[in-house]
Design a protein around this ligand. Structure first.
Ligand code: NDP
Ligand code: X2W
Length: 348
């Protein structure tokens, strides 16, 4: 069986170790290089006990990792790193999947406004494909550079896409996405707001005045139904879970539109989107560790108008990050989309 030589830049972070977990059981994956500046020289098994006996690899500084010899390199790094290092890899013939937001937003001034950095890789951006397979499967097949979709944008966009494609949302009415994320969404780096005593037994909104995922979700909306993207209100919340994300999105639809029918039809051939029976309420633990976004819809009760509540859940580290990245890799290398991604969620 053909094996892909894989490099992971930022392999000591939460999405990095999630990539390692998923790729360990992927029949076409051969992870050959893992990077960390802080842990260079440390054996993977001494750092991640869940990987003892699974990989015989040592973390290396990115510049020593010979990434140009890989077939594909994942960037599981903070914003700005892939923008700096991906162009040289592309020039060396390596495919790149970036889990950060560097190549997600096509309008450079918008990216610079929300990320606070100068954007320096315009050529690479021009060829980057937004890495949401359910939306861009055909473009991803031919891509050299995939910008893995963000976690909140994946969870919010998946229930909206079939409605937008059918021009089903009423113009001039708000689209309200009220979202909750587990704390692993903030990454592994030390920060006061993710300390145990700050984040546990607590619940709060953040980014209310504006979050960097707002322009990313709006970009997707705008591509599918023009004139309504600025009707999106997006508020993220930090919830005291480790993994998991729930989006509750309120939409005003044209009379007669039933979103359950549209979603069921649109996702009939998408193995990682589960449309539940009408009236269900998906829970985050039903997707824990699995590359699934589960969606349910309910009509707003006793409300005068065709208003629906879209409920979507995913594991932020899997369908929201590493699982989606492996799904993109499968499509880019003409493997079955589900290869290595058939884990069932962990209960309880
Ligand atoms: N956590 C989540 O749920 C999601 C995260 N993402 C995105 O994925 C990316 C990674 O996130 P996450 O795993 O949570 O982050 P972490 O903070 O947990 O890990 C970051 C990793 O990047 C490495 N790194 C940091 N700075 C640099 C640098 N300048 N050059 C090379 N390597 C560097 C770190 O190791 P070292 O410093 O030792 O080199 C570490 O291994 C981010 O862009 C994030 O926004 C996307 C979707 C969901
Ligand atoms: C809880 C938390 O802090 N979540 C992060 C989003 C997760 C993430 O890393 O975002 P990307 O998908 O864009 O990479 C945040 O709000 O910035």
């Amino acid at each position: 069986m053909h094996k892909l030589n894989i490099g992971i830049v930022g392999a000591t972070g939460y999405t990095g170790v999630e990539l390692l977990r998923l790729l360990a059981r992927h029949p076409n994956a051969n992870v050959v290089a893992v990077t960390s500046r802080g842990e260079a020289g440390v054996h993977i098994a001494d750092y991640f006990p869940n990987l003892r006996g699974v990989y015989d690899l040592v973390f290396q500084n990115p510049e020593n990792a010979q990434l140009e010899q890989c077939d594909v390199v994942f960037f599981a790094t903070p914003h700005g790193v892939a923008m700096r290092d991906a162009p040289a890899l592309l020039a060396a013939g390596v495919k790149v999947i970036d889990l950060s937001a560097d190549f997600r937003i096509k309008d450079i001034p918008t990216w610079e406004k929300w990320y606070g950095l100068p954007f320096t890789a315009a050529d690479a951006l021009a060829e980057a494909v937004y890495g949401l397979c359910e939306l861009n499967r055909e473009q991803i097949r031919n891509a050299r550079l995939v910008a893995n979709a963000g976690c909140y944008p994946t969870c919010v966009s998946l229930p909206l896409i079939p409605l937008l494609k059918n021009q089903a949302l009423l113009p001039d009415m708000p689209i309200i996405a009220d979202c909750k994320s587990g704390v692993s969404g903030a990454g592994r780096k030390a920060a006061v707001n993710t300390l145990f005593c700050e984040a546990s037994d607590n619940f709060k909104a953040y980014g209310v005045a504006g979050h960097r995922h707002l322009p990313e979700i709006r970009q997707t909306i705008n591509e599918l139904q023009t004139g309504i993207a600025d009707k999106l209100i997006f508020v993220p919340h930090l919830t005291p879970m480790i993994r998991g994300m729930l989006a509750t999105t309120y939409v005003h639809l044209r009379d007669g539109v039933n979103p359950h029918d549209l979603l069921t039809e649109f996702y009939a051939d998408s193995p990682f989107v589960d449309i539940m029976p009408i009236g269900s309420s998906p829970e985050t633990r039903s997707v824990r560790g699995a590359n699934i976004c589960r969606i349910a819809v309910q009509r707003a009760p006793e409300f005068d108008g065709n208003v629906w509540i879209l409920l979507s859940v995913q594991d932020n580290l899997v369908k929201g990050a590493a699982g989606q990245a492996v799904q993109n890799m499968n499509v880019m290398f003409e493997l079955a989309e589900t290869t290595g991604l058939d884990d069932v969620a962990v209960l309880p």
